[in-house]
Design a protein around this ligand. Sequence first.
Ligand SMILES: *Cc1c(COP(=O)(O)O)cnc(C)c1O
Length: 416
Amino acid sequence: MQVTNQVYQIQGVDVLDIAGQFGLPLYVYDADKIIEKVNELRSSFTGVNLKIKYAAKALTNISILRLMRQQGTELDVVSVNEARMGLLAGFEPQQILFTPSGVAFAEIEEAIELGLQLNVDSLPLLEFIGRQYGRAVPVSIRINPHIAEGGNIKIQTGHADSKFGISILQRPEIKAVTETYGIPVVGLHIHTGSDFKNADAFLRGAEVLFELAADYPDLRFMDFGSGFKVAYKEGDHVTDLADLGSKVSRAFQAFCERYGRELELWFEPGKLLVSECGSLLVQTNVVKENPSRTFVHINSGLNHLIRPMMYDAWHDIVNVSNPTGDEKNYTVVGYICETDTFATDRNLPEVRPGDILAFKNAGAYGYMMASNYNSRPRPAEVLVYEGQPYLIRRRETFDDLIRNQVDVPVLNAVTV
Ligand SMILES: *Cc1c(COP(=O)(O)O)cnc(C)c1O
């Protein structure tokens, strides 16, 4: 979104018009921003066979998946249902990397039946694949390199105590299992968490895989996961993609020469591609002046955007309907009946009842982590594509809340 004469627009469309047309609260995504991010990432790498596997869990709407496919990305999924959505969006099974975390083997079997590329995250799973399929299922192996990196502890995945992947210290065991059953290992994978600040963290992970590659002569790809840091507020440190791209490209080229073959280089960005594109638009219900602070109560809550409460995440807030008001200090809170704070002591142009606010950078892990807590329907989603806003998910209704509830007739009798 940019400010043009104080009118907030997405691709020339006034956000207030979008709010009027589709109602609030509402998630709005800017397709141009997604396309820009894909292109920026792609153009940061040179001389390597790069594949971008969009981490679908960040924003799994089928229209977004179609846009990604249009832009030439492939997919990384963490559940078979995410893969099914990818297939609905037109991806080929082989374009989808399935990276489960300790899921039931029955789900693994479904993934194999669908023809997905399997990324193995434990020795018991590797053993299962060997026993069940012998040489028939080529796998990639998710390694835990024991590198502590990233932001909030809840999104660090590569440190020694993390549940993710197979420890690099178990290198001999991995080799033993794959050799016993003749399992073809076609990929090596790391994903060491979110919010990496610099290329060095990626390079240290890469070195671990380069060394491990000596055990596996039939590799097709190496997957360096994600963890790109995006800016949530002005001045935030972000991953320098150009620097990362040139350093990783160089290191990977050198590795391929040593290895004797050119492999594909994969990344699995989620947040990087879809965070900035999205805003959660809400309306102000009540402005309440307490002796110590002024609360802005909005028609949304942690049930729609849990990141502030879950990760202490910062989201810039724009007063869309009163951008030129005098600045005042507010605490912006949701309507959920427990602590539900979006922002504390935030300076905003004067907020009046009815004013429309936008939480920026809400594209990734926004709608996808939304729930029906407090029996609140989830918002609608709109994608602005080629200057046109499209509804890509309807707002939920009361009927959606009771759809799966089962009426037990005996409970209808009043006995006391
Ligand atoms: C969540 C996840 C990603 C995406 O992480 P971002 O921080 O959103 O880029 C990539 N790969 C795997 C395996 C993941 O679980």
